[in-house]
Design a protein around this ligand. Structure first.
Ligand code: NAD
Length: 341
């Protein structure tokens, strides 16, 4: 595919969406970003991310909800995007335990609307969507014991509604690819982190507490492992995947799922110690803080670990930013952000 294509990014004020919009606009794509700007976390951070895109003539933003079918239909008819990257979702595992509604609205109804819009995109002489790329999650692996997690492994035992909605998205996308010939690729992201990241995620919450001199809570007594993936690696992965429509499988269906992870699980304690060192270097704290060790939380999984063999085989790429490098960039950004708060 050539550049200068029109791309619709949903969730463009979000962490991953805003970085993707910046990268694609810089690389000459015409980017339309949409987001409903909900207040699940600090809206001013979403606004700050959009500010970095202000003045870029390749980027345009609209405040829109993907769960609104009529608005989405009009948007597709007017904009006629050639590529669609669906990142809009209600994210977060723990929040889904107590707030299931927004997961059904954004991740199920919203994603269904995107599929319907893609399905009807080629009608009445309009441009047909060439490729739909959508965010899934490592949480679909649920309580799987076998590591690393491979896209070949069964993922039928979600431990949260969030995971169940993401797995449902994969199944719905497969059905639409099969029935209506919509080429689609699902990306199972593994704990994405970096500057301007999500305040609801553990690394950000730890930094907030450490900066205020508060005790941090460490679940499963620190015995947990996460495959932390740096934001720039994720964006490189999404951009590579977006450009290549999946080949037909044995049933003639153009649908694929890939893991995007660092394929190097880090122990929670190593992670916390590294974060502390990075925050000390960035001048946010002067010494390691107090810790409270607690049991495992509902919805959490013991370990995430991505097998990226397929990503490497099909795109010659795998994430590789070290935790030390990535967390230092986060801490340096956080120092300025925290001062402003
Ligand atoms: N960050 C991670 O570690 C991670 C891991 C696995 C999967 N994911 C998935 O990747 C995608 C992007 O995640 P993120 O970390 O950037 O999250 P994010 O919450 O920062 O971004 C999502 C954006 O979507 C918007 N949004 C939510 N519902 C919407 C709706 N109905 N209509 C329009 N906009 C809506 C939100 O306002 C937000 O700005 C999500 O689908 C998430 O589930 C993220």
């Amino acid at each position: 595919m050539e550049t200068q294509l029109k791309v619709l990014i949903t969730g463009a004020a979000g962490f991953i969406g805003s970085y993707l919009a910046q990268r694609l606009a810089k690389n000459g794509y015409q980017v339309i970003g949409i987001d409903n700007m909900n207040d699940y976390y600090d809206v001013s951070l979403k606004e700050e991310r959009l500010k970095s895109l202000e003045g870029d003539e390749n980027f345009r933003f609209e405040k829109t909800d993907i769960a609104d079918a009529d608005v989405m239909r009009d948007l597709f008819a007017e904009e006629q995007p050639e590529l669609v990257v669906n990142l809009a979702a209600q994210a977060g595992v723990r929040y889904s335990i107590t707030n299931p509604d927004s997961y059904i609205q954004s991740n199920i109804v919203g994603f269904y609307n995107i599929l319907e819009c893609c399905r009807h995109s080629g009608e009445d002489g309009r441009t047909k969507v060439k490729h739909l790329v959508y965010a899934s999650s490592s949480s679909v692996y649920g309580a799987n014991k076998k590591v690393p997690y491979s896209v070949e492994d069964p993922a039928d035992h979600p431990v949260s509604l969030y995971a169940a909605t993401k797995k449902s998205d994969e199944l719905m996308a497969y059905a639409y690819s099969r029935l209506y010939g919509i080429p689609a690729t699902g990306l199972r992201f593994f704990t994405v982190y970096g500057p301007k990241g999500r305040p609801d995620m553990a690394y950000f919450g730890f930094a907030d507490k450490m900066a205020r001199g508060q005790k941090i809570q460490i679940f499963n007594h620190g015995d947990m492992y996460r495959d932390f993936t740096y934001i720039d690696d994720v964006i490189t992965g999404v951009e590579s995947v977006m450009k290549k429509v999946p080949a037909e499988d044995e049933n003639g269906v153009r649908h694929k799922v890939y893991n995007i992870g660092n394929h190097r699980p880090e122990s929670l304690m190593h992670f916390v110690e590294t974060l502390e060192q990075c925050l000390i270097k960035a001048g946010v704290i002067s010494a390691p803080g107090e810790k409270e060790f607690l049991p495992m939380q509902p919805g959490d999984v013991y370990r995430t670990y991505a097998d990226v063999t397929e990503l490497e085989r099909d795109f010659g790429f795998a994430p590789n930013t070290s935790l030390e490098t990535g967390l230092q960039r986060f801490a340096d950004w956080y120092a300025g952000y925290y001062l402003k708060k």
